[in-house]
Ligand binder design. Sequence first.
Ligand code: NAD
Length: 484
Amino acid sequence: MTQHFNHFIEGTTFEASDGRRIALVDPVTEQTYGSTARGTAEDVDRAVSAARQQLEHGAWRQLDGAQRGRLLSKLADLVERDTELLADLDANAIGRSPVEPRRLDIPNAIANLRAAAGWANQLEGRTIPTGGYFGTKTLSYTVREPVGVVGAIVPWNSPLMITVWKLAALLAAGCTVVVKPSEETPQSALHLAALAQQAGFPDGVINVVTGYGDEVGRALCEHPHVAKISFTGSPEAGREIQRTAGVLFKRVALELGGKSPQIVFDDASFDDALFGCSLGLFANQGQICAAGSRILVQRGIAERFAAALADAARAVKVGDPRQPGVQMGPVAKKAQFDRVNRYIQLGIEQGASLLAGGVSNAGQGWFVQPTIFANARNDMAIARDEIFGPVGTVITFDSEEEAIALANDSTYGLAATVWTADLVRAHRVAAAVKAGAVGVNCWSPLDANLPWGGVKSSGIGREGGFSGAQAYTEEKVITVLLPG
Ligand code: NAD
């Protein structure tokens, strides 16, 4: 069935101002199944104007936190009602099994909307004691104001969940938004915007402009009335956005990539660590920012653990994700297929031991084999770079100090996992590892109440939790002179 998508601006759908379109391609069949509007700077301007109108003069501006929270709760209910549809939209667009978004991404999005419904009424200021003003007493207090119109730029790997991470928080804070979904996955963001309209959000609060990063994304970063850019995607695009938006003094939040270590000590539950490492490598074809793709294993169990991971890789059922029982579909696009294969080839050339998988041949659909390398070194490309595919790199360590040094020897710092039965060591290692989030005996525990984000090249800022909502506010201080 052919599907065509357009922008959603001020509650209405629009084609691109110059009528151009982008083809949407099914990663399983490599056939074009539809298209989306190829947005222009003019389209972005139209959407930003609608968002600005609501922020400064519209019904949205009049709503208090409790009222915004009620709208967010209604939206959560509608997303819950449409769970299957939204999971299918995201899964089909990237060739993923719909089971994963049904169980993980969509429930997480609903939880984020419900959590943000509560935050909306809790963005409080403070009263701050001061020394007065030239001998006269003063009262100083702060208020949290919405930062303004937000440009939300989203990747393709988990389209709805990542869109909601941004929307839930910024709507709680009273901002308005122009969403730019990935050019490959506009579907669920557009459906979300339509659901928001049904929930009662005033038209113009949530706008979606589809198109390319260097056209729509760039126009958002350059637009004088966009106050903040909230970006999730690759470090390369993040750097470019920081350059463009930063010089205009826009607020910039960057959720970038990772090369997250999973540290497996020899006292860990072997089976739990194996399950967690497999999940961290193979869920969503490894196309997860927090993928635990560097597996650091203590020498005593390293060989057995790597062999068991290789067995797990061989056991993954790869195929058309719409067929029952299939656990892994293709990677999302041709560029990913080439990238993953290039890294597998590099791993072989640089001398790591290939235990499972390997370079995949081009056929119909961008299928890659789950791949495990062992006896790798941390300076190899497969240990340093984010591959964004189902490829695990096993590196052996002897001591806790060495494990920490290896874990931190990375330009990234998004997530880390520690597998051990020694909880004192777990806390010690968790404190020493440079990452935005550390799981102890659990890989990547996401929760709507927890902040998420990275250090070093993994990004700037936090999404989720109360700090996520606060990040869409400016703290204003007001001082009143109290003579007499
Ligand atoms: P990408 O950087 O290519 O694209 C992300 C989005 O940015 C897309 O909408 C794209 O059109 C847009 N874009 C690209 N160049 C731009 C530019 N110059 N200006 C403005 N917008 C631009 O990333 P991707 O391939 O879609 O996603 C994969 C990357 O996302 C990986 O590196 C992954 O680790 C990262 N990611 C991070 C998180 C996190 O929470 N830290 C979550 C998911 C994905």
